[in-house]
Design a protein around this ligand. Structure first.
Ligand SMILES: O=C(CO)[C@H](O)[C@H](O)COP(=O)(O)O
Length: 229
């Protein structure tokens, strides 16, 4: 099943609450909440207080993507603020397995995020403690970047491994997920789409219309793929 999660860092920050409500009504599946620390990535975004404020306005899951050094220090904070799922970058934590365990211990889903250049064998010893993998299809830090084509092969390779292991791990993709790249990533096995400026947050289109267009596109794509398989 393909799910759509708006990347909230791409929203108008002055209208976050209204944006969450409108997107909830437009039937998105989850909210992708990017956290940046100005160190692991050269940018800053949102923190736990903003998440806490938004939490009251939707029952949909908040997927917190920690693009921060030593994410293990902030798991409790984001759990208390209302996160349902937390992904940490394998490149940013020394004890990845322990960090994932600590997310599970709080009753949340645990994800591992990988930069485009990070190899998949980083996941070799954490298969039983992760629920999803966030494959970055741009280098994290900024919206509106170009899709890195080499990541397509990575999605396919990861999907093959998941199938081989019969693991219940979902592939999330993040970075320039657009009308051009969605068919490519979905064909290779991506299921959770993080949707930012490339397909959802458009200056000339209301969020409701953008969501309707995106949903129809994905429905059509999945029914065509089903017919061809
Ligand atoms: O994590 C991100 C950047 O690090 C954003 O979620 C993503 O890049 C936003 O989407 P778009 O690329 O479509 O603007």
């Amino acid at each position: 099943m393909i799910t759509i999660g708006p990347s909230l860092m791409c929203a108008d920050m002055g209208k976050l609450q209204e944006t969450v409500i409108r997107l909830d009504h437009s039937k998105v599946d989850f909210f992708h909440f990017d956290v940046m620390d100005g160190s692991f990535v050269p940018n800053f975004t949102m923190g736990p207080d903003i998440l806490k404020d938004l939490r009251d306005h939707t029952n949909l899951p908040f997927d917190v993507h920690l693009m921060v050094d030593s994410p293990e220090n902030y798991i409790q904070l984001f759990s208390d603020a209302g996160a349902d799922m937390i992904s940490v970058h394998a490149e940013a934590t020394t004890h990845l397995e322990r960090t994932l365990q600590s997310i599970h211990a709080l009753g949340l889903k645990a994800g591992v995020a990988l930069n485009p250049a990070t190899p998949l064998n980083t996941l070799d010893y954490v298969w039983d403690v992760m629920d999803y993998v966030t494959l970055m299809t741009v280098n994290p830090g900024f919206a509106g970047q170009k899709f890195i084509p080499a990541t397509l092969q990575k999605i396919e390779k990861l999907k093959n491994e998941i199938n081989k292991k019969n693991a219940s791990v979902v592939i999330q993709v993040d970075g320039n997920i657009s009308y051009e790249t969605i068919p490519e990533v979905v064909e290779r096995g991506a299921e959770m789409l993080v949707c930012g400026t490339s397909c959802l947050f458009k200056k000339d289109q209301a969020l409701e219309n953008a969501m309707q267009k995106l949903t129809s596109f994905i429905e059509e794509l999945t029914s065509t793929n089903k017919m061809n398989s």
